[in-house]
Ligand binder design. Structure first.
Ligand code: G3P
Ligand code: CA
Length: 237
């Protein structure tokens, strides 16, 4: 089984919402495509249905990515599952993703809502997938809650602004920072690494940007177009 610790010393590609430039984002089809391309890490976003099921969808509403309308947290699982998330795909349950892809990739599980933290932890605990999950969030308190539940969990802080993301991540006990790629300067990368943090910028769909970030020493990049960047990966064999 591929583990988060297997990734830390190499440059790797994270499929952002799966191979989302080619398949409907955050669907099983998008995740399978990413794994088939050879991605060792797949990122996705978790929210809760009205009736409390962890499901994989990025936005607060279903409007952009499905043929439905409304807020995710005001729709039941049955209502959400009736929607077309693109090419006939259904919005996946977290359980479906974990059960179908465990062992085939490391999961970067992004907590989009506070109430999702506990059920996500329980789903990972039930399957004992701790070593192959990096829990990620923009909210430091999500990461603290995760580490309170299991101090051995791997957590990473996402940030979208310049500022103290690296220091905050270190204070929390995160193993990684995930900056918007424009904030992954040479200096920021060096600082993160000096503090012992992995640094994995997002979202990079341009090979020249990915090459530059790799030359700075980032551990990996998240991309919607994994096929463009996989040739930059270090050899895993
Ligand atoms: O991996 C971090 C990245 O996914 C955060 O941004 O909006 O695509 O969830 P977003
Ligand atoms: Ca995300």
């Amino acid at each position: 089984m591929l583990k988060v610790s297997d990734l830390s010393s190499r440059f790797f590609i994270v499929a952002h919402r799966g191979a989302s430039a080619y398949e409907p984002e955050n669907t099983m089809r998008s995740f399978r495509h990413a794994v088939k391309l050879g991605c060792k890490a797949v990122e996705f976003d978790v929210r809760l249905s009205k009736d409390g099921y962890p499901i994989i969808i990025h936005d607060e509403t279903v409007d952009r990515t499905t043929n439905g309308h409304g807020r995710v947290n005001e729709l039941s699982l049955e209502e959400l599952k009736a929607l077309d998330a693109g090419l006939g795909e259904k919005i996946p349950l977290l359980d479906e993703v974990l059960d179908n892809l465990s062992g085939r990739a490391v999961f970067f599980i992004e907590l989009k809502v506070d109430d999702a933290v506990k059920p996500v932890l329980e789903a990972v605990e039930d399957r004992d997938l701790w070593s192959s999950v990096l829990f990620i969030s923009f909210k430091p308190f999500h990461l603290r809650e995760i580490l309170n539940y299991n101090s051995d969990a791997y957590v990473g802080l996402i940030y979208f602004k310049s500022g103290d993301g690296i220091v905050t991540a270190r204070r929390i006990g995160a193993i990684a920072v995930l900056p918007y790629y424009r904030f992954a300067s040479k200096r920021a990368v060096a600082f993160a690494k000096k503090l012992g943090l992995m640094i994995i910028p997002w979202t990079v769909d341009d090979i020249s940007v990915a090459k530059k970030l790799k030359s700075y020493g980032v551990n990996g990049v998240a991309t919607n177009k994994p096929d463009l960047l996989l040739s930059l990966e270090d050899n895993y064999s």
